[in-house]
Design a protein around this ligand. Structure first.
Ligand SMILES: NC(=O)c1ccc[n+]([C@@H]2O[C@H](COP(=O)([O-])OP(=O)(O)OC[C@H]3O[C@@H](n4cnc5c(N)ncnc54)[C@H](O)[C@@H]3O)[C@@H](O)[C@H]2O)c1
Length: 409
């Protein structure tokens, strides 16, 4: 226990989620946050039942709350599919709440690993964290798709406000197939570029950017050209002064180089590439649960989240009364990310200090050998390694945190 709680000056938007992450979210708050902090939260329940009950209006309300209060922290949520519709008896297949929030806030998602000494990355050469900058707007996440039933012409059409439409044939179908239309905007790509350059400067890391512009000369080519334009106009001098490099290369070349690099760069990529590559990196650095994720919007809003999903199978065990060894690290780091940002914006160093101490207490717990099952097989073998259940893991972190907070006196 602490004698005096730390005041968090302004409101944090709390976005609750589903399944095992919802269960652990409460444990993290009850054990590691509320006993230490006087924290005002504006709570939005984005659990699937509530989204269904409110016809998903709650998701937009949460996005608007982040626009009002600037900092939000989000638990993992179910993106419904056909199976979930029957499991939760849903009115309809609601959209991904992450896609809705990202579309509303625009911006870029930055993901980086939580490094612990005793869980070395799967790639031998990686010595430093690799951050992914994932564009969070458009492409396949805001598409239209057609299941083509049989022969016919698939076209793409643009009708300008003034002037003649532009019509291109995508495919003359001789039989059934599929069609997809995607888009992006110059404004969003430029803010993606800007956010990436700023994040790299802030972390003193080189920025790598990659697309497939040899194949997609207009779509991906525009991403490449706009990044270069933003760099030349706004960041070239700052990068040169900081002795940092901006490096463009094709995505396949980037993948090959990253695997053989020692890490230490921000790698910005398009929405889908980021979705896939961040899971590969998270897993290669130890576990999906060892990945931090923050959405940075060009208007200056921040949404911190776990990069992983709701850990469905563990939840079914939990429902049967079984204990699980699910890793809460990414959920804890979502909260500490939000608290640190809140502290920076509010000019309250004690809040920043608390967030740093909670991060350190969590990392040191794993480094002392106490860990969840997902990390066990990747950790350096040691007699002190001990796999524990989630609540015991959180209790061990709490003990470390209490020691750190006492040390402050
Ligand atoms: N950020 C989000 O809101 C988000 C992201 C991805 C998936 N989802 C949702 O999550 C649900 C489950 O999806 P999924 O199974 O593809 O992804 P998942 O991330 O829940 O699980 C993928 C694998 O990683 C393991 N894993 C993930 N997080 C872990 C943790 N904290 N501790 C231990 N092991 C962990 C799981 O056991 C599983 O084997 C789906 O309904 C999906 O829509 C949400």
């Amino acid at each position: 226990m602490v004698e005096k709680k730390i005041d968090v000056k302004n409101t944090i938007v709390e976005i609750d989620g589903d399944e095992m992450t919802r269960v652990m979210w409460k444990w993290v708050k009850d054990e590691l946050l509320f006993p230490y902090l006087n924290m005002k939260v504006e709570y939005y329940d984005l659990g699937l039942p509530k989204r269904d009950e409110t016809d998903d209006k709650i998701t937009m309300e949460a996005a608007n709350a982040i626009k009002k209060h600037i900092v939000g922290v989000k638990c993992a949520t179910i993106t419904p599919d056909k199976k979930r519709i029957s499991e939760y008896k849903l009115k309809q297949e609601w959209k991904s709440p992450n896609a809705t929030l990202r579309a509303a806030l625009d911006g870029t998602i930055f993901r980086g690993p939580i490094l612990v000494k005793n869980v070395p990355p799967a790639i031998r050469t990686w010595k430093k964290p690799i951050y992914i900058g994932r564009h969070a707007y458009g492409d396949v996440y805001k598409n239209q798709e057609i299941r083509v039933p049989g022969p016919g012409k698939g076209e793409i059409v643009f009708r300008p406000e003034k002037g003649d439409p532009v019509v291109l044939t995508i495919q003359d179908f001789k039989g059934p197939g599929i069609l997809q239309g995607i888009h992006n905007t110059d404004a969003s790509i430029k803010s993606f570029a800007k956010a990436s350059f700023l994040f790299a400067l802030d972390r003193k890391m080189p920025l790598w950017f990659s697309t497939k512009d040899t194949i997609s000369k207009t779509y991906d080519g525009t991403f490449r050209a706009l990044f270069q334009e933003v760099y030349d106009k706004e960041f070239k001098k700052q990068f040169e002064d900081a002795k940092l490099e901006y490096f463009y290369t094709l995505i396949d070349d980037a993948v090959a180089r990253i695997i053989k690099s020692e890490g230490g760069m921000l790698w910005s990529i398009k929405n889908y590439d980021g979705d896939v590559m961040s899971d590969m990196l998270g897993s290669a650095f130890g576990s999906l649960a060892m990945m931090t994720s923050v959405l940075v919007s060009p208007s200056g809003y921040f949404e911190y989240e776990a990069a992983h999903g709701t850990v469905q199978k563990h939840y079914y065990k939990h429902q049967k009364g079984e204990k699980t060894s699910t890793n809460p690290m990414a959920l804890i780091f979502a909260w500490t990310g939000g608290l640190r940002k809140r502290g920076e914006l509010d000019n309250t160093p004690d809040v920043v200090d608390f967030a740093n101490k909670l991060d350190a207490a969590s990392i040191e717990t794993i480094e002392s050998g106490i860990m969840t099952k997902d990390l066990e097989q990747w950790a350096n073998p040691s007699k002190s390694n001990k796999v524990v259940m989630s609540q015991d893991f959180i209790a061990a972190i709490k003990k470390n945190l209490d020691n750190k907070l006492k040390g402050k006196k």
